[in-house]
Design a protein around this ligand. Structure first.
Ligand code: PEP
Ligand code: MN
Length: 278
């Protein structure tokens, strides 16, 4: 449908029409976008020193460029594990020290921003995609923002949220498709892969895909990750756990390190095809 999305002039900063060149976002020394593909991997939540350091070493060996790990977890139930908070961020930084991998972690509340002073990439989760006060504040942060699509948000709304951050002064926004809610009841969400080429048409910002939250099922993560690479994603964010059966959060969708390593290898092969000259 031609008019499905008609960007108006409010998309000044992230409108492809005004920024025809793909933008690369630098994240802890790693470039994402404009031909640079990045794999972000790690557990849903930081649980212990042993867990985060062993996963960090494994994903680094497999070729991941960044380490993820939640310390502040948005949980549907108030009785579920909500993250190790400041201690989790400290352990994440320890894993960075051990491996050299820059780190990505989710911020839920602007009051916690000082704790993120040394975190390389600030993730804004699906549930906070339209927390406009938070987005405005992040516009003043000197860090790249990984902005996940809300589970019931349109691409236009995602771009408007990116615009909030950029309009407040921070241009380093990475968009993330992580699945949306549909009537499909066999997967956790529905991975909207058409969002990748569509967003590339609409904006110069890099677009990555999260096949873990999108499917909720570890065995579906590799095929959807490969599909994401095939449709031109600029990167992937994948949950990896050393002991998925006993993970405190999202074990069912977490890959074992060896499965991530096998996937990473295939992703590189798909990227070769995608980037070969026409
Ligand atoms: C996460 O990355 O752990 C997470 C909670 O993701 P989302 O906000 O996409 O649900
Ligand atoms: Mn998770």
């Amino acid at each position: 449908m031609e008019n499905a999305m008609k960007p108006e002039s409010e998309f000044k900063r992230c409108d492809r029409r005004f920024h025809p060149e793909d933008m690369a976002v630098e994240a802890g020394g790693v470039k994402i976008g404009a031909g640079h593909f990045a794999m972000i991997a790690g557990p849903c939540s930081v649980e212990s020193e042993e867990q985060i350091v062993s996963v960090a070493k494994a994903v680094k060996a497999a070729g991941a460029q960044l380490l993820r790990g939640g310390a502040f977890k948005p949980r549907t139930s108030p009785y579920d594990f909500a993250g190790l908070k400041a201690e989790g961020l400290a352990l994440l930084k320890l894993a960075r020290q051990e491996t050299g991998l820059p780190v990505v972690s989710e911020l839920m509340n602007i009051n916690d921003l000082p704790l993120f002073a040394d975190i390389d990439v600030i993730q804004i989760g699906a549930r906070n995609m339209q927390n406009f006060d938070l987005l405005r504040e992040l516009g003043r942060a000197d860090r790249p923002i990984l902005l996940k699509r809300g589970l019931a948000n349109t691409l236009r709304e995602l771009l408007m949220s990116a615009e909030y951050i950029m309009a407040s002064g921070n241009e380093r926004v990475i968009l993330c498709e992580r699945g949306i809610r549909t009537f499909s009841d066999c997967t956790r969400y529905t991975l909207d892969l058409s969002a990748v080429p569509m967003l590339h048409e609409l904006t110069q910002l890099p677009v990555i895909v999260d096949p873990s939250h999108a499917t909720g099922i570890a065995r579906l993560v590799p095929p959807m990750a490969l599909a994401a690479a095939a449709c031109g994603a600029d990167g992937l964010i994948v949950e990896v756990h050393n002991d998925p059966d006993n993970a405190l959060c999202d074990g069912a969708q977490s890959l074992r390190p060896e499965d991530f390593a096998a996937l990473a290898e295939k992703v590189r092969a798909v990227r070769e095809i995608v980037t070969c000259a026409p």
